[in-house]
Each structure stands twice: as structure tokens, then as C-alpha cells.
Ligand binder design. Sequence first.
Ligand code: ATP
Length: 344
Amino acid sequence: MSCMFKGVICDKAFGDYYILGKELGRGAFASVYKCQQKGTSNFWSVKLLNKKKYRKVAATEIGILLKLKHPNVVRLKEVFESAEEVHMVLELVTGGELFERIITRGHYSEKDAACAVKDMVTAVAYLHRNGVVHRDLKPENMLYEDLSEHARLKITDFGLSKILGTDATMHTVCGTPTYCAPEIFLGKKYTQSVDMWSLGVVTYILLSGYEPFIASTDREMFKKIIKCDYEFDSPYWDAISENAKDLIRKMLMLEPNKRITAEHALKHPWVMGLATKNVHMEEAVVQIKTFNAKRKLKKATEAVLAVARATHHLPLDMVQMVNIGDSTTPNTNTNITGGNEKMT
Ligand code: ATP
């Protein structure tokens, strides 16, 4: 069998080397299982993708992950390709998703939020230095390495990522609407600064438990995003430090070239932990619990819709229509992936 993907193992089978274990999670494109390397006590995770259906997603994720090595990025060990499937053997992370951990811990403060943001920004700075733009940064793609107190947060799911040259811009529409930068909705060319917008949205939710561009319909949400229409509402934000708000303002900057870069964000006093409060944020935890529960409920529907959109390669103008059109459907938080990719 000839290999469809570069750098993968085609002449041997996954099952010759690993024992498949329980399912760990499921996304729009893949199922993830625990696995054990035969004859060892080493555990890994394995991501299974139907290679014909999701050829582009698999090729992107494999191509990108094989060239990355960073403590805040989930490591890809090796890939097996069979006639039907791709088995991606990944570092096993056991600490759970970002929000899951927050709602189960006893004490949660700005200091804890800043630690999480620092890990995310560190990972994104590394990606951007290496010409990679993630394009789908969201809380469910941030996983803790283990359950220990100082566990690292790691970025995963590079299926919508892209390798850029230094001056390259893109105009494919992708990502999850809630975390999607305005220039993407407007169909403009965009750069890696879209990742910093997404981190701005995640940081806002980390500190309040609700989305900055919250709305009852997609149409209203898109309108708010393209105007950068958000507030630090009272009473939720009254006790939050000015430094945290300053970082969010710099991340949620409408003009991409004025948006803070990952390198600069690493030097921001709030990210550096120099000006963060250690007071327990009970209200934020309550809100995050509600946010997380709603998100989980939507997940099954989202996965189905995301696949439909991704595999039909919606043309750019159709996705733009969502922005200006008359949709009154509720938010779906679904990945939107369009064709029409051009590098300039
Ligand atoms: P999406 O729908 O966001 O595009 P996907 O189909 O690409 O997702 P992933 O997000 O990579 O799939 O994985 C699905 C789920 O599997 C994750 O939310 C997580 O719970 C679990 N998971 C993924 N990678 C790992 C890992 N390395 N270790 C443990 N669990 C993992």
C-alpha cells in the first residue's frame, strides 16, 4: 500500500504494537482512545480518523504535529496508516479539559487564570515562531497533562491549523464562531493574530464564566464580534484587576495589526503573574459550570454540523452570508471550515 501522508508508517499495523483501550473523547472528525504499547507499561492516546473522509484534516494535523515539539503542545509520537484509517499515537494527557479542572478545584483565583493563560500564550508564541497558526483555539482544545497541582496546560487538535510563511495571509473561513476573529467573519485576509483574538475570548470567559459576545442568535453574535462590542459588565467584573482587563482589551482589538502578539503578551504584567489577585472567584466558577454544561449539551449536534460543513467545503460567500444574512438560528458554536484557501 502506498502512503497517502508524509512521515507515517504504512508497512506495519497499529495493532501490532499497541493495545487499544477505552474511549477518551470524541470530536467532529475523530475518536480518541487510550492505548498501551505492547510489552511495556507505557500508555499513550490514539486518535482515529477515517482517512478518506477527513483526508485534509488528517494531512494537516499530521504534517504540523510532526514538526512541533514543545511542553505546551500535545506531542505526536508516530502515525500508522491503513487502507481505511489513520492512527495518530499521541502523548496521553490525563488532567482533563481547562474548564473541567476549574470547576472541580476548590480555590480558583485570577492567579490560577493567569497561569493557564501563560501556558496558552507560551504555546501560541512557539507556534507563531514556527509559522503555524492554530485557527481553532478554544477551551476544549486545552488539556492538562495530569491531575497534579502544577500540571502544564497543553494545546491539542491541529486539524484546522495552517503553516504560514512570514508574510503569508489566509482567507479560509474556519474555527468556532464564539472564538473567531472579526476579520475571518468579514472574509478579509488574516494572519496568525486570529489566534490572539481567540485567546482573548478564552481569557474573558476564564475570568467571568460567560462569553464576551454573548447573544441569543448567531446573527446577533456575528454583529457584536465584527464591532468588537463587548463590556466588562458590573457586578461580574467589578473585582477583576485592571491588569487583566488591559490584557483582554489588547487581545480583543478589532484591528489585527494593533492586536497584541503572543511574544508581547508573554511580557504583560498580568501574564507574568506580577499583578494578579489570589482571591477565590466563586461567581466565575458558578458561571463557568453553567457555560460548560451548556457546551457539553450542544457538542453532539455541533459535531454533526461541523462534519457537514467541513466535508461540503462551503464557499466563502456562503459563510459571509451568515454574517450579514437573516439567520435567526440559535448559536451552534460549530466549527466552520470553508474552501477557497489562498496563500498570498
Ligand atoms: P474537534 O471537534 O474539536 O475538531 P477532533 O475530532 O479533532 O475535535 P480532538 O479535539 O483532538 O478531536 O479530540 C477529541 C477529544 O478527545 C478531546 O476533547 C479530549 O477530550 C480527548 N483527547 C484528545 N487528545 C487527547 C490526548 N492526547 N490525551 C487524552 N485525551 C485526548
